[in-house]
Every structure is written in C-alpha cells, then in structure tokens.
Design a protein around this ligand. Structure first.
Ligand code: GUN
Length: 280
C-alpha cells in the first residue's frame, strides 16, 4: 500500500476549513498566521509560499513578514515581541534556517508558547515529553497521523526513527512513546543502523540522505515513513529506495506526495488550535 499523503492532507484541510467557516459564522473571527522569513534561501521561499497559500485556502488570515538576510537579530526579536502582544495574532512561525547573526535559540524561546504553531518552544517540547498537552511539531504530527491511517493501535510496536533533530526525530520519538511503541532512535554515530532498522515494524526516516534505506534494511509487513526531501538534478527523492521497498512492506509514503502535504495540513491544524485556545 502506498500512503496517499496528498489525499489525507486534503481531507484534513477540508475538516479545518469547515470548522473555521462555522466559527466565522458564529463570531465573525478567523485564525491568523504570521510567518517570518529572513533572507532568500530557495527551499524556505517554496515552503513558506505553500504554507501561506494553503492557510488562505482554509480561511486562515496569513501574512509573510520578510527581512533581508543581514537583518539585525534585535529587529526580529522586536517583531516577535509585537506579535506576542497582538491579540489578533493566533500563530507565529519563524522559518528555519536563520542566518548566522541570528541566534535560533533566542528566537524560539521568545515566541509565546501559546502561539508556537511549530511546537519548538522548550515549554512545548517539555510538555510533549511529559505527556502533557502541548503544541506538536508539524512534521512528526503529520507522520503520526499517516501511520495511524494504516494501523490504529500502535501499542507494543517496535518503532525505529532515523535522525535525532529537534524538528523531526526527537518529537517523533515522544509521539510514538505516547502511543506505547518501543522506540529506538538511530543517527549518524549509531554503530549498525541496518541491524536496528531490521527490527522496525514502523520506520520513520528523517536523515536527508537520498536512498539511504535499502530494500534489505526493512522488514516485510512494516510501515515506512519517508520524511526526506532531496533535490537531485531533475527530481525530488526521499531517503528511502522507494521503488524496491514498496513491493516488500505493508505501507510506505512516497516523495513527493507523502509527508510534505501532511506537514502543512498539521500547521493549519496547529494554527486553528492556537486560535481556539485564545477564544476560551
Ligand atoms: N524549516 C524546515 N522545516 C521547518 C519547520 O517545520 N518549521 C520552521 N519554522 N522552519 C522549518
């Protein structure tokens, strides 16, 4: 089975759109998402453009705030402070990566955790790790929803995650632990990645290395989630040898059309969640 992330994301976006339209009818208010984009890193331009386009489609008022790549850190911090205080702002997202003169940690820590649609603030990270309610980072959130489309009950499953980033690997591990999986994280210093992967009933790959995972790294009947987006000369590929592996496993996400669209749909879900929390 090939998991259709495009279709699942569309279903989720339609649910979000319906809910926003009902709220709008009742109270004549809509969520708003403010995206800060520093510099002109091409992949970030594409991601942000998509985030804004999809948010507008579901009825979220979205706005890009652009800065040149040599902007002073203080200017961005001041803007975040202003957005934190503005009651009309539901969600704040600072697109990463940031140029060297800007301290990512300072930026992430300044965002009001209740407007932190990325779920990167240490307060959200800590709440997620403690099993409390929190904002959930969009990519692992999307991965979990796709896994649960294939298998509702993940209890006792052995999950292996390749990659230990704050954006993907670590929050993915927390989410799968919450689902009662046995979780292993492997990374660039792990001694025998292939042997670990062979134990996986669920394998989430977020390494950023094209075709890293080979057919003989995966178990039959496993679920493979490919988070990689790697640009080759004329096409985009994931981190998994898709063509060979798709015949062997129970379910696999394609690239493109797998995790990518779900990430954006989850950003919209998070923005709606932040908006609703401010209404109560
Ligand atoms: N850059 C790549 N992925 C992400 C993401 O999920 N959030 C932000 N803010 N920046 C990113």
């Amino acid at each position: 089975m090939i998991i259709d992330g495009k279709k699942e994301a569309e279903i989720l976006r339609n649910e979000i759109k319906r809910e926003i339209s009902q709220i709008k009818k009742k109270i004549n208010k809509a969520p708003s998402l403010h995206v800060i984009l520093v510099g002109n890193f091409a992949p970030s331009e594409i991601y942000v453009r998509n985030k804004i386009k999809k948010s507008k489609e579901v009825g979220i008022n979205s706005k890009i705030i652009r800065y040149p790549k040599d902007v002073k850190e203080e200017e961005v911090l001041n803007k975040i402070d202003e957005l934190n205080k503005d009651n009309e702002v539901s969600g704040i997202l600072v697109q990463l990566p940031l140029p060297k003169q800007i301290n990512k940690e300072k930026i992430i820590k300044l965002i009001n955790p209740l407007k932190d649609v990325d779920g990167f603030h240490p307060s959200n990270v800590g709440n997620l790790a403690s099993g409390y309610s929190s904002m959930i980072p969009c990519t692992p959130f999307g991965c979990l929803l796709l896994i649960k489309k294939v298998e509702k009950n993940l209890s006792g499953k052995h999950a292996v995650i390749i990659g230990r980033s704050n954006l993907n690997g670590k929050p993915m591990a927390q989410l799968l632990l919450k689902e009662n999986c046995t979780v292993t994280i492997v990374h660039s210093k792990t001694k025998n990645i292939k042997d670990e992967c062979l134990k996986a009933e669920i394998l989430v790959v977020a390494a950023g290395i094209p075709n890293l995972v080979k057919e003989d790294w995966v178990k039959t009947n496993s679920i493979i989630i490919d988070v990689g987006i790697n640009k080759l000369e004329n096409r985009i590929v994931g981190d998994v040898e898709f063509e060979k592996i798709k015949e062997k496993v129970k379910a696999i996400t394609p690239v493109p059309g797998g995790v990518g669209p779900m990430t954006i749909a989850c950003l919209l879900k998070n923005t709606l969640k932040c908006f609703k929390a401010r209404l109560t």
